[in-house]
Each structure stands twice: as structure tokens, then as C-alpha cells.
Design a protein around this ligand. Structure first.
Ligand SMILES: [Fe+2]
Ligand SMILES: [Fe+2]
Length: 150
């Protein structure tokens, strides 16, 4: 088992990667909102904007936890936006993004459980649940589109 300093550094590492993910998600959803608007899909653009706001809320919760632990938020590397040339392609890119978040938060929450860090486990666990919900919503949306075009 690692010592206390190493465990704390690893938790801050998870928080840093999580923050990069969330800020990347904000960038991706705002890009998709802009594309939807260009394509004349106002309502869809609004939904992507709402999604971007939720991801920004996640970023804020991560930053608050980092500050509580004495860390300083410092995300310098964003994941490039994945876009596409149709709504289905955008939704598929978003579903991949959410699935990565689900996997990542599951690992981070398990680690916090292992080292007996209840605050970290709670934060990563609740983010995991919310990203899982996002992934499910996107899957349901894709399914509705598939049914419509059939
Ligand atoms: Fe998120
Ligand atoms: Fe999400």
C-alpha cells in the first residue's frame, strides 16, 4: 500500500484528469451546439448547450474538491473535439465521450474506496452515475432517430 502522500497525489491526479475531461466535454458540447445551429436545428442546439452547462457544473465540483485538498486546478491539455457531418455522428461522438467518462470515474471511485477516502469516493461515484445517465440518454436519442428513419 502506498503512503498517505502518494495516495493524496494519486487522488489529485484523478481530479486533474477528470477536470481535463469535463472541460473537454464543455468544448465538445458547445461545438455541437454551434454546428446544430448552423444546420438550422435550434432545439437540438439548446439541448447541447444544456449538456455543456452540466459538464461545467461537474468541472466546478472537481475544482472545489481540489481546492479543499490544497491542489490548484490546472487543466492545460484538452482532448480534441470529435464532431461529424450529421446529428447521428455528433451523438455517437458524445456517447463515446460519455462512455470514457463512465469508465474513468468507475476506476477513480474504486481507488478512493480502496484507500478509504469517502469524500473522493462519493464525488467520483456521483459523477460516474451522472455520466452513465448521459450515456443512456444519448443511446435513447440515437435509438429514436434510428426508428424514425426506418
Ligand atoms: Fe461530466
Ligand atoms: Fe456527461
Amino acid at each position: 500500500m502506498q503512503n498517505r502522500v502518494e495516495r493524496g497525489a494519486r487522488v489529485l491526479g484523478y481530479l486533474g484528469r477528470a477536470l481535463s475531461h469535463e472541460l473537454s466535454a464543455v468544448q465538445q458540447y458547445l461545438t455541437h451546439a454551434g454546428l446544430a445551429e448552423l444546420w438550422g436545428m435550434e432545439e437540438v442546439a439548446g439541448l447541447f448547450r444544456q449538456e455543456a452547462q452540466e459538464e461545467q457544473g461537474h468541472a466546478e465540483r472537481l475544482m472545489a474538491h481540489m481546492l479543499r485538498l490544497g491542489g490548484m486546478p490546472n487543466a492545460s491539455q484538452l482532448t480534441p473535439v470529435q464532431a461529424g457531418s450529421s446529428l447521428v455522428e455528433l451523438l455517437e461522438a458524445d456517447r463515446r465521450l460519455e462512455q470514457r467518462a463512465v469508465d474513468f470515474y468507475r476506476e477513480a471511485a474504486s481507488y478512493c474506496a480502496l484507500i478509504n477516502d469517502p469524500d473522493g469516493r462519493l464525488l467520483f461515484g456521483s459523477l460516474h452515475d451522472e455520466e452513465l445517465e448521459h450515456a443512456r440518454e444519448l443511446e435513447a436519442w440515437l435509438e429514436r432517430i434510428r426508428r424514425e428513419v426506418r
